[in-house]
Write a protein that binds this ligand. Structure first.
Ligand SMILES: C[S@@+](CC[C@H](N)C(=O)[O-])C[C@H]1O[C@@H](n2cnc3c(N)ncnc32)[C@H](O)[C@@H]1O
Length: 229
């Protein structure tokens, strides 16, 4: 008896919810398209405080030799190239062809590599400086582990890996809201990063910069790196 009453009202409620969910999905997709445009993307990065983060990255990177090889893993449209003073051998590696097309359009220097950061098409010990900025929240634990392992393989003995991303903190409301609107976000905790880095590498420095998110900025070296920073 109650089954009939329920079937007449439930589909209407379900239907309303579906329309609403579709509307939100379309809006999110639109928002992501707008944000993907490089000028808008750069502006959004400024708004969320990335200039401040990049100033700290610049301090850590310091002055590199002109022949140093820099590998930017998940480099996207090359924001690091734009915001840091880097030598000419800057390799922008990303899984997304469109991002690399934008990088090529802007820099026209043919240093774009389309690849997965967890399977780097780079020779052992070829890289002086590896960067990975705001990428790990797109990656599962397994892929992130492979990416760190691969980066260590690709680094020179005295090379450095500057790793940056916002971390998951359930007590920061604004941060939680930003994660909600971030595409494909799988933020990791500081504890998870610490465990991974100390397992796969030597942790040269570790700091957390609180802006809207808490940004982890870590410098890693090879375990057999011979103590050169
Ligand atoms: C938020 S963007 C950051 C881009 C750039 N590092 C920056 O700071 O502007 C994340 C980038 O990671 C790339 N990405 C995601 N998964 C990847 C993977 N498995 N290998 C390489 N790049 C990946 C995405 O395509 C995207 O360009």
């Amino acid at each position: 008896m109650s089954a009939l009453a329920n079937t007449s009202s439930e589909p209407a409620i379900l239907g309303d919810n579906l329309v609403e969910m579709e509307r939100v999905a379309v809006l999110k997709q639109l928002l992501h398209r707008i944000v993907s445009h490089s000028v808008v993307y750069d502006r959004v990065q400024e708004l969320v405080g990335m200039r401040q983060v990049y100033r700290r990255i610049a301090d850590l990177v310091g002055d590199l030799d002109q022949d140093a090889v820099v590998l930017d893993i998940g480099g996207g449209t090359g924001l690091s190239r734009a915001w840091l003073n880097l030598p000419p051998q800057y390799l922008c590696l990303d899984i997304d062809r469109d991002k690399l097309a934008t990088f090529n359009r802007e820099y026209g220097i043919g240093n774009a590599i389309q690849a997965d950061g967890s399977h780097l098409p780079i020779k052992d010990g070829a890289v002086d400086l590896a960067l990975c900025v705001n990428v790990s929240h797109h990656l599962t634990d397994d892929v992130l582990t492979s990416l760190v392992r691969e980066t260590m393989r690709a680094l020179k003995n005295n090379g450095r890996f500057v790793f940056v991303d916002a971390v998951w903190d359930p007590f920061r409301t604004v941060s939680k809201m930003l994660w909600h609107y971030d595409r494909g976000s799988t933020p990791h905790t500081t504890e998870a990063f610490h465990a991974l880095f100390t397992q796969e590498a030597v942790l040269r420095s570790w700091e957390v910069l609180p802006i809207y998110h808490h940004y982890l900025i870590a410098v890693l070296a090879r375990q057999n790196g011979g103590g050169v920073t």
